[in-house]
Structure formats: C-alpha cells, structure tokens
Write a protein that binds this ligand. Sequence first.
Ligand code: CA
Length: 226
Amino acid sequence: MRILLAEDDRIIADGLGRSLRQTGYAVDWVANGTDADNALLTGTYDLVILDLGLPKMSGLDVLRRLRTRKSKVPVLILTALDGTTDRVKGLDLGADDYMAKPFELPELEARVRALTRRSTGTTPVIQCGALSFDQTDRCALLNGEMLELSARELGLLEILMSRPGRLVSKNQLVEHLCGWGEEVSHNAIEVYMHRLRKKLESSGVTITTVRGLGYCFEKSTQEPKF
Ligand code: CA
C-alpha cells in the first residue's frame, strides 16, 4: 500500500510518516500543493493524506483537481481545529474523511486502515491455505498464530499474496515497499526474501525465484508440516 502524505508541517509529516512506514506502508511526502498535484498526476496511490493549508496550491484545489480527473483514490483531509468551513468544503469536494489538528496518531491510523480497507472493496484478509494476511491490522497469521515479521517482510508478503501465481518483479517490490528518498536495492530485496522464506518454511506456501525476472508466490504442492 502506497500513501501520499501532503503536509507542510515538518514535525507532523515526520511523525506521521515514520509511524505509517513502521506499519509497512510506503509513504511519499510532499510539502506543498503543487508537488502534491504533480505526484497525483504521475503516481499511483492507495490513499492520500492531505493537509488543506498547503503553500503554493491549497489542499482544496489539489482535491478539486484530483476529483475533476475522476480519480477515486481515498482522501483523508487534515484541517485546523476551527476549520469547520474547510472541512465541509473538503467533504463536498469528495474527501472521504477528515481529522482536525491536533490529532492522536492511533486515531489517524485507524482511519487510514478503514479507508484503505474500503478502497480495496474486498475482505481485508488475504488467505492462502493456512496462511492469512490481515491488511487491516497489518499482520500475517499462520493457523491463527501471528508470525513475527518486520515491516519490510510484511510489505513483501502483502504484495506477493495479493498476486498469487503471478510474477512480481523486483522493481514492483521496490515500488511497493519504498517511499521517495528511501533506497532499497535489489540485493536488499533478496535478503528480505531469504528471511521471509525461512519464516514461511512450514506454512504450505512457496516463493519461487524466477531468475532475472522476479518472484512468484504459490501454494506448495507438498502438504504443510505442522
Ligand atoms: Ca499546513
């Protein structure tokens, strides 16, 4: 899942970005409305967190332009505490939810989960045999027991499980895992993949390497060992 965070307050952006990345989301940060508009024109996002008080182009204008282009990406707007008028305008322009500043991080994260769940339109749990991935709580379960996975490993598993039996290239994995300014090399992907495979050894699924192309997630032909 990839989030565009448009927020000119660096402290809020840093805190929010860090906490979302720890949960396994890829976060791209922009600090003004023009950059937000450009990012939305060129990139694909699962969610936009949009501060309305942005320099260069207001958040409301970014939102208006986005919806004029018929984009359905969910938008969570951030408004000032007394910004009732802005909030109403934002919702009228097609924002999906709002948070008034100052907000508590856990509440914002809960709204992010709700919006991404709504946007996928399907059950937020991806199932493959005994293995399941809960996209709401961002965790993987094997026979109902939580697997201990890092944020990177969770991100990898999510994209692989959402495309079972299909080739996923290393570039797609990098794109899914990283926001701008974050570097993940193809070698690092191999390291994460190695760890992930070890943790999935008894899960009844396999991640096949397609040499030079990428990876493929499949149900093992052998029965899982328990
Ligand atoms: Ca602002």
